[in-house]
Design a protein around this ligand. Structure first.
Ligand SMILES: [Zn+2]
Length: 274
């Protein structure tokens, strides 16, 4: 942004007004929510054809009013990312690669690394970030996490809804650490191989285990117990690593890929019973 401004000759404040209005407009809650929803689509949490959770669920997950959710969805519909059909649920219509940006980098960049590297980086960075969050988290963030847990409890049968809530839950904790750069970096790591995480979460019992991890994390954050928060996150990150690997391994052995990109067909895969 600054570079662009610097290259313009003799720019007056008046010249810059539209740009300034644009950046102010970007700060509206509605647009922040639209950005969040489009990054859920870009990162693979939501795939083309998926139904978006209802207004009530999204309002609970993202801690904003239903009116704001409605406005954000209209923005996405205007960009062609979702179809708002009258009388039925809103569906994802298109993946906008231009909004692939997650935190610092983008999903396709992170996905070039192997799972061991990403897991190692996550442990190294995330332990420190959540330890700082345990010390610095405020009442508002704790309340948001409690509300998120209440919403998650209603989503145990829906991996996609749960993952949307999961991402927001993690972002709230990473931001509580007070370092926006590290929070964005950890979110990049979190988003790694999201389409495989989706499948992992669809396995029986997976959501319940993650939900139990989340409850332990929130209890430790309430107690401001740094060691307990780090231990609870270690368990959670190890679980994510193990379940993602169990989805990746059949693919790495060159087994049939059908189903890997389309979770709806996962029931036909033999490893489903593991
Ligand atoms: Zn989680």
């Amino acid at each position: 942004m600054q570079e662009r401004i610097a290259t313009r000759p003799r720019e007056t404040l008046h010249d810059r007004l539209p740009e300034m209005r644009q950046s102010i407009r970007k700060q509206t809650v509605k647009d922040l929510i639209a950005d969040k929803l489009s990054s859920l689509i870009a990162s693979g949490v939501l795939a083309v054809g998926d139904e978006l959770p209802g207004e009530r669920e999204l309002s609970a997950i993202l801690s904003v009013s239903r009116e704001t959710i409605r406005g954000a969805i209209q923005t996405l519909a205007g960009r062609g990312l979702v179809d708002v059909a009258h009388g039925s649920r809103t569906r994802v219509a298109h993946v906008d690669l231009g909004s692939l940006q997650n935190g610092l980098t983008n999903a396709s960049t992170i996905n070039r690394y192997d799972i061991e590297s990403v897991h190692g980086a996550r442990l190294l960075v995330e332990r420190n970030v959540v330890a700082a969050a345990a010390e610095r988290i405020d009442a508002e963030a704790l309340r948001a996490l409690e509300e998120s847990l209440a919403a998650q409890a209603t989503m145990l049968g829906d991996p996609v809804q749960f993952l949307i809530a999961d991402r927001e839950f993690h972002v709230t904790i990473y931001r509580a650490a007070g370092n926006r750069l590290l929070a964005d970096f950890v979110i990049d790591l979190y988003t790694y191989l999201m389409e495989f995480r989706r499948q992992a979460m669809a396995r029986p019992g997976a959501i319940e285990k993650s939900f139990a991890d989340h409850k332990a994390i929130v209890a430790a954050l309430h107690a401001r117990d740094v060691a307990a928060v780090v231990a609870a996150f270690d368990r959670h990150i190890d679980r994510i690593y193990a379940t993602t690997r169990s989805i990746l391994e059949p693919a790495a052995r060159g087994e049939k890929r059908p189903g890997l990109q389309k979770p709806a067909r996962r029931a036909a895969q033999p490893e489903e019973s593991l």
